[in-house]
Each structure stands twice: as structure tokens, then as C-alpha cells.
Design a protein. Structure first.
Lengths: 237, 597
């Protein structure tokens, strides 16, 4: 499992302190097939060019820091293994958010959309002494959308978001879904109202890029469909 | 340079920091600074559960949880704090549920619970279901839920701000200095109270489950400010990290019936912990694994063993153990149940190993996991600074950065998440109450200089050394010399090498002269923190001539209560080394006994 391969790694570079335009740097590396793209970036930063900048933290796909466009598709660099990409790998920043430096984009517009959908539990009844009860079936209903790590792979792979960044985007809809379908929550109607406008769910044209890009394998397009249906029927099922 | 006045400033936005912020912000002007976006914090990587004696599935009591934690700590935990935590656990977990945390559910709709290492029915000695869980994503759910509630409560965040110094005026905490990563601008946060929730320092070791961000920034800053750190020799190696990568495989796998297997196909934990076997405490299991590998029973002679959760294997051993469901039915699992209870583990194995845990065993080795030591606090979250537990006014710490000490020499699984929510909450409440009655200290004009001088040194070094080389050597040296099994010679050698590395570090010069996201500069500063802490860890460990919990010495294999029932305190002496002192352990109800599982 540890046989080595030669990789040509092409990396998008932009340094606002020095560059007028972006460019690409290319590196030749010999690495194990099971190496992560993130490992290669770390190696380049450590030994070839300390100025290369990118975000990372957990390095195993749960913190959501290192969303990148790798060979034209969004991945977490820590979940992208060399063996799945062949000998030529191109790494670029995720699209649709302003590039700040190299692979680092401005995440603020993304989080602004997230915050706009009331992404928190609302239940104004007096709290019971113990837990609020919820059946396993009710808990299962929204399980998929609880997995979101806010990496932005989905939103920044969506052509509708590229076309108009006022679109709230798949990640924010996933966040709304997680509460709308939680049997304990009481603010579904408000969230559906927020999403029922020209920059809400109807910008989704079921292209499925988001679902393909999601490193947590959330069925995002289906979740957006659930929300559309709830808005159309007024029923949350 | 920008200045801010904030009553309560929280540093770090993992579980402890967010909990502290939620509570402090109820009554005080509160802000959180974090070097990561809050949801990137390492709390999100915690998997198996949060411990609380809810008794939702079978009989359990906070008192049993207290005793198990004391025993798990190998009697080094402070029993007043442990009792407080285990009593507070039950309302704290209900509170998380009221915040909307999506716990997995029992058939009657309550919070589901699973067994975990070292958690027992104190009458029978058998494992008890105490870990409240959300599949194998409990930490993720806690982090997300607390962040969501912070948004709801309009807590003020400064995301991607790196704290580089703690400001102290007249022996009272006065704020922190931070760098805004996007611009390199210096910010002075002038505060009445500061809460450190900066996490651990597991990146000292080569094989680790810890995030890149786990560089001990909080303790390193504390040390440079002349304050002590406590019990730094105690670090937990989790038994089941993915071979080579160190990525955590939750103890919940064994809670669900998974077992450890050596090259001969033996369930070797029977030899080491006859009663609870694979669910012994983490230090016990990690040592057993190392012993198996040293004696040549690693898989195909390699440095890994198998963790096996294939349904037929689980069911075979559950039958041999006589394991039953609470209603008396024999325990058994299906592949679907494994998938639904451990979905992320299955995903990690498929991605990183190309192995499907439902059909193949997982190659695992112990991995550096959790910092038991840290910034000394009392059970109110107040930082204490000497052997008489003198409180430092305005300074609080909670979570992995803190040493309360509730984990003593070895933390029980599920008690880290519990620690975060209980002590995060109380640190927040107490800091806010303190701030209401306190004044802002007057800051000197050169408040930022000490922190900034550390960054400047990294821009002006001779350039003869690389961060990546020093980092790599430190990790290897510490993993070999101050790892799971320790000897005088190994630790002395590691200490000498770390001291050399600290000297070499002075020759580092970073290449990036820019101001926008100069991550190279910050990563270099982080390595300096790790090196400072590695020296303290190695010296504290070398000096403790006994074996206790996570500190296992081949040359002193027995626990020595007569001489070592005490906490280590370590102070930095200028640049010339580390001075050690000690303080007594708080013993209330449980006298030390031999620790067997």
C-alpha cells in the first residue's frame, strides 16, 4: 500500500502584498500513494516555499478548514488521497468567494448566509427537568443535515451561487433543514419564510454539484428539495 | 494597533470557550478570540460520548462516576473537583439537550448511552452505559450546538485572531495581545477577566490524533509570564489511532463490542484486565498494546494490532463474555447497527485505509491524544499560581488547557467533553461575576512589546534552521523518549535533545515577509510554544520516579504514594531552564487503592 508515485503538483498562487495577478507554481514530488493532498502542501510549505498559505487544522475531514478545488472539483485536502487523482494534480481556491491569499478565501460572505437562516435551536416552552423526548424515527429525520462541518465545499461548487452570490447557498439551506425537521424545534415557519424568496431555495436548479462535493456525503439536493416541498405544501414531514 | 475594551475576554472557541462565552455573555460584555473559525476547533473531533450518570438504560449514580474518575486518575485527581464535575454532569448534559443537541435516542426517546473504558457499575465491577452520545460525532454536535447558541445570543467573535501574550498589571490580569491573521495587525484586548480555553499540545508527539492547531499556545504564554504549569508529565496516549496517521478511532468501537487482537489472533486484553478486558482504562490498554508489540505479537511483526468490530467477531466475544442487553437478551450486533452507530469511523477507515470495518479488522496503534496537565485551576475555573492555590485575580482557564485536576494521571474516556461543558460554564459565570466588581487595570504603553518581540525574533534569525526540520525532530524525540513507556535514560536523552532544539530554534528565520495571512510566522511561533512545553513535559516526567496513570516508567514500575501523591508544578526560570515544585492532591472520600480492571 506504500508504493511511491511521482506527482506534478500545480498550485494557484496569489500574494496581495506582492502580486498584481495570480499565477501557478508547479512542483514535482515523489510521494506515497496514500498521501493526502494536504500532506503535499505541508511539505512544500515546510521545505520549498514558506509563503504558501492555506487553512488546515484537524487533517482528517471533520473541521472543514481545508476545502479546495482539486483537479476542478471541491474536496477537503485532508480527505483527498494522491491515489485518487493520478500524477497531475492542480490545487486552486474554492470558487465564488474572494481570494485573499493563495488558497485562502474570504469566508465571511459564506458565514453571513449561514447566520441568516436562524441556524440555532428555538423552543420557547419551559425546559423540562430532564431531556425533551424524541423518538429514534424523529431523530433520524434530520440526521443527515446534522453532519455539516461548514467547509463550504457545497456552496462554492454551486453554479447558481457563482452566478449570484446573494443566493443563500446550499450550506445555509442544510443548516436550516437541520432545525426545520427537528421535532423539538419551533421556528420552522420563520426559516421557511426566510428561504421562500428569489435568493432562497428557488435558486437551486438541482444541478447536484453540492451533493457530489460534500465531504460528509450529505444528500444536499434532497435536503433542499425537502425545504422546497415544505414551503409549497406548508407541511413538514 | 487597535485597542478594545471588553469585560470578559475568552481565548479559544472550542467547547470550553464557547460554553464560557455563552455564560459570561449573559451578564458581562464578552468577546471570543480564536485562531480558527470556531467550528474548526478540535472539540469537533471528539467522537464517542460525554459522560453523565443519567441512568437512562441501567442503574447508575454520579457517585459511581466520581469513584471511577478518581480511580481512573490513579488517585492523582483532586477529589473535590471530580465530585463537583460528576454531580454537575447530569444537569449539564440535559442543558446541552435543551440547547438542541441531537443526541442519539433510546427506544423510549431518551438520550442514548453506551459503555466506555473505566466506567463501571461500582457493585458488580462490570461496564456501565454512561457515555451519552450522538453516533460517533458527539464532539461535533457539542461544538456546532454551542456555536449556534452563541450566534443566537449574539456573542461577539474575533475569528482568526492569534493570541500571543497575556497582559498582567500589578499581579492582576489585564487583557491579551493578539494578531489579526488577515492583516497582521496587532490588537490589544484590554479586559477585566480573561478565560483561556486554548486546548492541548498533542502536536509535541509524532503519532497524534490532535489537530495542527494543538500547539499549547495558552500554557506556553502562561509559562513565559512566570506562572506555573501543573502535572505536565501526564499525557494520554489513546489506544486506537489509525496506523501511521494517528487519526482517532473512538473507544466507542470497543463500547459497541469491538475487540483488540494480536498477530496470533488472541484477544490479548484478557491477560491485562480480566474483568473489563477491552474496556479497561486507556493507559492500561495502550501499555498492553505496546507490550504485545514489543514481544513480537504485532500484526505480521509490524507496529500495529487489529481492532475488530466485524459483527461475527463482536457477537462471538459478547457470547463468551455473557454480555446482555439491559432487558436480558443476549447482546448481538448487525453490520447495519455498526454503520449507524459508528458512521464516521467507517468513513475514516474507508478513506484512509481502504478498509471496511464491517468486513475487515482495522490496523491501530496508540496515538498521542490528550493533555491531562496544564494551567492549574480550582473547581471554579480560577487560575491558581502556587502550592497554596493562591488565585490570580481575573484569570480563568477551562477545558484541555486547564489542570483542575479532574483527570489526574489518566483521563477516562468521555470526561474531556464533560470537563469542557462543566468547567467552561463555571469559568464563564465566575469570570463575569468577577468582572462586575473589578476595574480595568491601567495598561503600560509598551503592553504589546513582549509578544511582538517573539514574532520579530522569527523574522530576524540567522536562517540556518528550518521550522519543519526542528518540528520533525522534536516529535520523534518525544515519541521515543517521553512516550507510553519511559526510562531515566530515554527521558534524560529526550530532555537534552529538546534543549538543543530550543537553541537551534533561535536560528529560524521565516521566508514570508508579508502581512496577509502570514501563516508561516504563526506556525513558527507555535513551534516555539511546543518546544517550551516539551522541555517542561520531559523534565517533569524525568523527575517523577514512580509509575502512575499515563506516566509509566520501566525503571520505577510501581506507584509510590508515600512520595508521589502530589501534583507537579513547573516554572520557567528566565531562559535558563525549568524549576519544579509540588502541591498536595485533594483527597476527600477515596483513599488510594491498588488499581486493577
Amino acid at each position: 500500500m506504500d508504493d511511491k508515485v511521482k506527482v506534478t503538483l500545480k498550485i494557484f498562487r496569489y500574494n496581495p502584498d506582492a502580486d498584481k495577478k495570480s499565477h501557478y507554481d508547479t512542483y514535482e514530488l515523489t510521494v506515497e500513494r496514500t498521501e493526502r493532498v494536504l500532506d503535499m502542501l505541508e511539505h512544500i510549505k515546510g521545505y520549498y516555499d514558506g509563503t504558501l498559505s492555506f487553512r488546515r487544522s484537524c487533517a482528517h475531514g471533520v473541521c472543514g478548514s481545508d476545502a479546495m478545488r482539486i483537479n476542478g472539483r471541491n474536496y477537503l485536502a485532508c480527505k483527498a488521497l494522491v491515489k485518487d487523482f493520478g500524477s497531475k494534480i492542480t490545487v486552486e481556491p474554492i470558487m465564488g468567494l474572494p481570494v485573499i491569499k493563495d488558497l485562502i478565501v474570504d469566508m465571511e460572505p459564506f458565514f453571513e448566509h449561514y447566520r441568516s437562516v436562524l441556524p440555532y435551536f428555538i423552543n420557547n416552552d419551559p425546559e423540562p427537568l430532564q431531556e425533551r423526548l424524541q423518538t429514534q424515527h424523529q431523530r433520524e429525520r434530520f440526521d443527515d443535515t446534522t453532519k455539516c462541518i461548514l467547509c463550504a465545499c457545497c456552496t462554492t461548487s454551486c453554479p447558481s451561487f457563482w452566478a449570484n452570490d446573494k443566493y443563500v447557498g446550499p450550506a445555509a439551506i442544510v443548516a436550516a433543514h437541520r432545525f426545520v425537521f427537528d421535532s423539538r424545534d419551533q421556528a420552522a415557519a420563520e426559516r421557511l419564510k426566510i428561504l421562500n424568496n428569489q435568493f432562497g431555495v428557488y435558486r437551486c436548479h438541482t444541478i447536484f454539484n453540492c451533493t457530489i462535493a460534500c465531504p460528509r456525503e450529505i444528500q444536499i439536493t434532497e435536503a433542499i428539495g425537502d425545504i422546497k416541498k415544505a414551503i409549497a405544501t406548508g407541511k413538514i414531514e | 494597533m487597535k485597542k478594545h475594551q471588553i469585560e470578559v475576554l475568552v481565548v479559544g472557541a472550542g467547547g470550553a470557550g464557547l460554553m464560557a462565552a455563552l455564560y459570561a455573555s449573559k451578564t458581562a460584555n464578552t468577546a471570543v478570540i480564536s485562531k480558527l473559525y470556531p467550528t474548526r476547533s478540535h472539540t469537533g473531533a471528539a467522537q464517542g460520548g460525554v459522560g453523565a450518570a443519567l441512568g437512562n438504560i441501567e442503574e447508575d449514580h454520579p457517585d459511581w462516576h466520581t469513584f471511577d474518575t478518581v480511580k481512573g486518575s490513579d488517585y492523582l485527581g483532586d477529589q473535590d473537583a471530580i465530585e463537583f464535575m460528576c454531580q454537575e454532569a447530569v444537569p449539564a448534559v440535559y442543558e446541552l439537550e435543551h440547547y438542541g443537541l441531537p443526541f442519539s435516542r433510546t427506544p423510549d426517546g431518551k438520550i442514548d448511552q453506551r459503555p466506555f473504558g473505566g466506567h463501571t457499575n461500582n457493585v458488580t465491577g462490570k461496564p456501565v452505559r454512561r457515555a451519552c452520545f450522538a453516533a460517533d460525532r458527539t464532539g461535533h454536535m457539542i461544538l456546532q450546538t454551542l456555536y449556534q447558541q452563541c450566534i443566537k445570543n449574539k456573542v461577539q467573535f474575533f475569528d482568526e485572531f492569534q493570541m500571543i501574550d497575556l497582559l498582567v498589571v500589578n499581579n492582576v490580569v489585564a487583557g491579551v495581545v493578539a494578531i489579526e491573521l488577515a492583516t497582521s495587525e496587532t490588537h490589544i484586548f484590554h479586559a477585566k477577566a480573561v478565560i483561556f480555553a486554548t486546548g492541548g499540545h498533542g502536536r509535541i508527539w509524532e503519532i497524534t490524533s490532535n489537530a495542527y492547531a494543538y500547539t499549547g499556545d495558552g500554557p506556553a504564554v502562561v509559562l513565559r509570564r512566570g506562572l506555573p504549569l501543573e502535572d505536565m508529565e501526564f499525557f494520554q496516549f489513546h489506544p486506537t489511532g489509525i496506523y501511521k496517521l494517528g487519526i482517532l478511532i473512538t473507544e466507542g468501537v470497543r463500547g459497541e463490542g469491538g475487540i483488540l487482537i494480536n498477530d496470533k489472533g488472541e484477544r490479548f486484553m484478557e491477560k491485562y484486565a480480566p474483568r473489563v478486558k477491552d474496556l479497561a482504562s486507556r493507559d492500561v490498554v495502550s501499555r498492553a498494546m505496546l507490550t504485545e508489540m514489543k514481544e513480537g505479537r504485532g500484526i505480521k511483526g509490524n507496529r500495529y494490532l487489529y481492532l475488530d468490530v466485524r459483527p461475527d467477531v463482536v457477537n462471538k466475544y459478547a457470547a463468551l463474555d455473557g454480555r446482555k442487553h439491559p432487558d436480558g437478551r443476549p447482546y448481538s450486533v448487525t453490520a447495519e447497527e455498526i454503520l449507524s452507530k459508528l458512521p464516521d469511523i467507517v468513513d475514516f477507515c474507508r478513506v484512509y485505509l481502504g478498509v471496511d470495518p464491517v468486513t475487515d479488522p482495522m490496523p491501530v496503534q496508540p496515538t498521542a491524544h490528550y493533555t491531562m496537565g496544564g494551567v492549574p485551576t480550582n473547581k471554579f475555573g480560577q487560575v491558581v499560581i502556587d502550592a497554596s492555590n493562591t488565585v490570580m485575580p481575573g484569570f480563568y482557564a477551562a477545558g484541555e488547557v486547564a489542570c483542575v485536576s479532574v483527570h489526574g494521571a489518566n483521563r477516562l474516556g468521555t470526561n474531556s467533553l464533560l470537563d469542557l461543558i462543566v468547567f467552561g460554564k463555571h469559568a464563564g459565570l465566575n469570570a463575569a461575576a468577577y468582572a462586575k466588581g473589578a476595574d480595568f487595570q491601567t495598561l503600560p504603553g509598551d503592553a504589546a512589546d513582549f509578544g511582538l518581540s517573539q514574532l520579530n525574533a522569527l523574522r530576524t534569525g540567522s536562517g540556518g534552521e528550518k521550522v519543519a526540520d526542528i518540528s520533525k525532530e522534536m516529535k520523534a524525540v518525544m515519541f521515543d523518549g517521553v512516550g507510553i513507556f519511559r526510562t531515566n535514560d530515554g527521558m534524560a536523552d529526550a530532555l537534552a535533545k529538546v534543549r538543543t532544539l530550543r537553541q537551534r530554534f533561535k536560528n529560524v528565520r521565516i521566508a514570508d515577509t508579508g502581512k496577509v495571512f502570514n501563516t508561516e510566522l504563526l506556525n513558527a511561533w507555535e513551534l516555539g510554544n511546543l518546544l517550551d512545553l516539551a522541555e517542561v513535559v520531559a523534565l517533569s516526567a524525568l523527575t517523577r520516579t514512580e509509575s502512575r496513570g499515563g506516566h509509566a516508567r520501566e525503571d520505577y514500575p510501581k506507584r509510590d504514594d508515600a512520595n508521589w501523591m502530589k501534583h507537579t508544578l513547573a516554572w520557567r526560570q528566565g531562559d535558563g531552564g525549568v524549576q519544579l515544585g509540588y502541591k498536595p492532591v485533594v483527597v476527600t472520600r477515596f483513599q488510594p487503592k491498588e488499581r486493577t480492571y
